[in-house]
Design a protein around this ligand. Structure first.
Ligand code: UT7
Length: 325
């Protein structure tokens, strides 16, 4: 028994923050952002919008694409590092909003690798017979933890959600394998300290904004290239596949230069690498499922295609998955 994706969907809030807007907020310019990152604009959620609201929109589209109703779901997993609240999980809010009463629901916080981690867990649960139908969502409101005075990070991040519906199937089709890795020794490279047990949120002490995301960009960049390339090779070797057989490579959308460097290491032509970060920026856990949904809409996920996914993010965490569509 294995699992396969039968529906995908995405949602990005309507408000757009373009490079021109950022020029008015920090000492930066469109030319620097485009050449160093490839990002032109990102979507930003308005006040009062919760991560589970973005999840809901993406999930409804994925369920409609799959042709199933929320009541048929056994499992709801949300990959996010920007939950609605510390407690309960965003997945439980999503379950309520969807009316997916039969499903068990929880979050996974693996930052930008959140969708791949969730996909891997859902696949393993289905393989173990713990359910037949799973909704796997990657969603973030990164604008809620972005410091719009820090030009090194605020130009990168955007908000959005993507979702995939998985169903059980014969082994050897669908999700062929998933590969996950972490290195907690390097946690400091990307972290948001506030709001946890070490630095609780307490407006009385004036530390309510200690939850800003900090990133050592340059160092992170190098690890992202090496680790994503390595974990892609791991997936190919596990399945006895060659890069030439991969119809579409969907990497985490963090930086065009990272994507190009990984593609070059793997030896995959640019026309088989899916890139949409120009319009969304880095949406962390949402980036791969948003790309999956757009790829399907553009007719780039055809039945029988071999699709390689790879992610990298805070933790550090990284992973890959090889899919037969
Ligand atoms: O999602 C998973 C984890 N995240 C990532 O994978 C992101 C990884 N990192 C990156 O994408 C890149 O490191 C950044 C886009 C964040 C930065 O690009 P970089 O080429 O590594 O730039 P840098 O940090 O080495 O900075 C180069 C220069 C510096 O100026 P000096 O010291 O050379 O005078 C920065 O102060 O660029 C300056 N700079 C900027 N200039 C204009 C940094 N940010 C900006 C900016 N506008 N927004």
């Amino acid at each position: 028994m294995g699992s396969r994706i039968i529906g995908v969907g995405m949602y990005a809030p309507p408000k757009i923050l373009a490079n021109d807007d950022l020029e008015k907020m920090v000492d930066t310019n469109d030319e620097w952002i485009m050449t160093r990152t490839g990002i032109r604009e990102r979507h930003i959620a308005g006040p009062g919008v919760a991560t589970s609201d973005l999840c809901l929109e993406a999930s409804l589209k994925a369920l409609s694409d799959a042709g199933i109703s929320p009541s048929e779901l056994d499992i709801v997993l949300v990959g996010t590092c920007t939950p609605d609240m510390p407690v309960p999980s965003t997945a439980c809010f999503l379950q309520k909003k969807l009316g997916a009463g039969r499903a068990f629901a929880t979050d996974l916080n693996s930052a930008c690798s959140g969708f791949l981690y969730s996909l891997s867990v859902a696949d393993a649960l289905i393989r173990a017979g713990r359910g037949k139908k799973a909704l796997v969502v990657g969603a973030e409101i990164l604008s809620s933890i972005t410091n719009y005075k820090d030009r090194g990070t605020c130009i990168l991040f955007g908000d959005g959600a993507g979702a995939a519906v998985l169903t059980d199937c014969e082994d050897g089709a669908g999700v062929l394998s998933c590969h996950l890795h972490s290195d907690g020794n390097l946690w400091e490279l990307i972290h948001a300290p506030g709001g946890g047990t070490l630095h609780p949120m307490d407006p009385a002490t004036g530390n309510e904004r200690t939850n800003y995301l900090h990133m050592a960009g340059n160092e992170t960049f190098k690890h992202a290239v090496t680790k994503m390339a390595e974990v892609c090779v791991e997936a190919l070797e596990k399945n006895g596949a060659k890069i030439a057989e991969v119809d579409l490579f969907i990497p985490h959308q963090a930086n065009q230069r990272i994507i190009s460097a990984v593609g070059k290491r793997l030896g995959i032509p640019e026309n088989r690498v899916f890139v949409n970060l120009e319009r969304y920026g880095n949406t962390s856990a949402a980036s791969i499922p948003i790309a999956l949904a757009e790829a399907k809409e553009k007719g780039r996920l055809k039945s029988g295609d071999l699709v390689l996914l790879a992610a990298f993010g805070a933790g550090l965490t990284w992973g890959s998955a090889l899919l037969r569509m």
